[in-house]
Structures are given as structure tokens and as C-alpha cells.
Design a binder for this molecule. Structure first.
Ligand code: SF4
Ligand code: SF4
Length: 263
């Protein structure tokens, strides 16, 4: 059984914001960096915005070099995970002997660790209030350290709040899709648009400003100026637009047909 399979086999204990645990992680622990291998890290839109900026890549380049696409079983929505190095260790590409080379910009999943987040892991039950759980990897010795936390304190300490706040609209959209009846299927075009807005933000900017988008959709000048420069503003704008594409009365085909790129 692989590490990933083993993790999947563990039934999660539901934790809430006030749940308590003892934990500490520092360079002195014997297991230092062991958690950065053989792990599935689902990337959020804001993770990608930070990582591509840190690595000075376009979102397209970042996706091509560092990620793998997947389709979520229940929602049929596309997600991307960090591509681990293809060898026996399956280490994260950003891991070096002395730790993470982009620690300040590490993804949301790495910040939460050793906690997992139901919405990000797309677990059953994530539809309602959402919950946390221990990732529970046997090699993690941080639980033997004597420092007390609540889930809320841990989130604050790890800087997760900002990530969750920026990703909120996107997370709501993914969770909302989960509650749709299984017979409502997304077209390939709708999935493509979801992927572009969620993960390929530079491509979405090109789509907005270099296609007939602005002729088809009313976007005031102030918003245009903002989304031209600001990735987070563009992401929020894109998610609002996606909500119409994916969930409103108009069918995805009709909507998608109205925003064809310029030749
Ligand atoms: S991004 Fe950094 S913290 Fe996250 S798994 Fe990779 S090396 Fe570890
Ligand atoms: S395995 Fe646990 S204690 Fe060890 S470095 Fe990773 S998070 Fe810290």
C-alpha cells in the first residue's frame, strides 16, 4: 500500500475551529521534511497566483512544469495537484535538504499540515459546514512535542486565513457544485472555462482583454483597470462570471458560444 493509499484508508476524525491538539514542527525534529514527499497537494487558485509570482513564471508555464490535472469524481470539476518528482521518494519539487525553498509562499495544504481541510480534500461532508482532520502520517513526530493549539490558533499562525479568504468564492463554487444532482453534467467547454479562471489566470486575462469578451459583457472602466493589473481582483471577477456560466439559467453551451476569442 502506498503512503497515499494508506492516508486515504484512515477514517478522518472531524475537528472544528475550537478542537485542541499538541503539535510543534521545527528544524530539530527527526522527521524534518518527511511530510514533503508522497503527498497529494491540491492547489487552490491563490496558491498558483503566489507560486507563479514567486517563481517568475506565467500561470501557463507554472501549470505545465509543476502540476498534474485531475477530474473530481463527484463534481466532475477539474483540479490540479503539485507534481511530485518522479522517483521512489516522490518528493515535492520545492524541497531541498534544509527545507522548502518557497516556504513564505507555500500552498494552502502545506500551511494547514498536519491538519487536512475537508473542502480541499473533497471529502464527503465538505458540503455543509466543512471540517478539519488530522492527516495522520505515522512518520510525523510533531505530535510528540508539547505545544498546545486550537485549530483556529494554528490557522492564524500559519497564515491560512488570507488564503482561505481569497479562495472563498472559488471554494463556495466547488462545494455548491457538489450538491448538484449527478445528472447535471458540465460540458467540456464549461470545464475548460472553469480551469482557465481557476488556475490559468494569465490566460484568462488574455481572454478578457484580447477577445470579444468586453463587447459581450459589460465591465465598467474601474473594474477593467483593476483586473488588468491585479490577479486576485481578476480571480474574483472570473469566479462571479463563472457562476453564471456554470449555474444560471442559460446553458453552458449558450454562454460559452457568446464569448468566442478573436481570430
Ligand atoms: S511546497 Fe514546500 S512545504 Fe509544501 S510540500 Fe513542497 S517543500 Fe514541502
Ligand atoms: S513530518 Fe510533521 S513534524 Fe516532521 S517536519 Fe513534517 S510536519 Fe514537521
Amino acid at each position: 500500500m502506498s503512503q497515499k493509499d494508506k492516508m486515504a484508508a484512515i477514517e478522518p476524525v472531524r475537528l472544528g475551529p475550537n478542537s485542541k491538539f499538541k503539535f510543534e514542527c521545527h528544524k530539530g525534529v527527526k522527521c524534518f521534511t518527511k511530510c514533503c514527499s508522497g503527498i497529494r497537494i491540491t492547489l487552490t487558485p491563490y496558491d498558483i497566483i503566489r507560486l507563479k509570482k514567486r517563481l517568475q513564471l506565467s500561470s501557463e508555464e507554472f501549470l505545465a512544469i509543476y502540476t498534474e490535472p485531475h477530474l473530481l469524481e463527484k463534481t466532475n470539476l477539474p483540479v490540479v495537484t503539485l507534481k511530485m518528482v518522479d522517483d521512489e521518494k516522490e518528493a515535492c519539487p520545492f524541497l531541498r535538504e534544509d527545507g522548502c525553498i518557497l516556504y513564505e509562499d507555500r500552498p494552502t495544504t502545506c500551511r494547514y499540515y498536519p491538519l487536512g481541510v475537508a473542502t480541499l480534500s473533497h471529502k464527503e461532508g465538505a458540503d455543509d459546514e466543512g471540517f478539519y482532520f488530522f492527516v495522520n502520517e505515522p512518520h510525523c513526530l510533531g505530535f510528540e512535542e508539547d505545544k498546545d493549539w486550537t485549530v483556529t490558533e494554528w490557522r492564524k499562525d500559519q497564515g491560512v486565513d488570507l488564503h482561505d479568504e481569497i479562495n472563498k468564492k472559488w471554494t463556495d463554487l466547488v462545494v455548491r457544485k457538489r450538491s448538484f444532482p449527478p445528472n447535471i453534467k458540465l460540458t467540456d467547454k464549461a470545464k475548460e472555462l472553469f480551469f482557465m479562471v481557476s488556475y490559468n489566470i494569465d490566460k484568462f486575462r488574455e481572454f478578457v482583454f484580447e477577445s470579444t469578451f468586453l463587447e459581450r459583457f459589460q465591465v465598467d472602466e474601474e473594474t477593467q483597470a483593476k483586473i488588468k493589473e491585479d490577479d486576485v481582483a481578476l480571480l474574483n471577477f472570473g469566479i462571479d462570471w463563472l457562476k453564471d456560466i456554470l449555474f444560471q439559467q442559460t446553458s453552458p453551451e449558450e454562454q460559452a458560444a457568446t464569448v468566442s476569442p478573436k481570430k
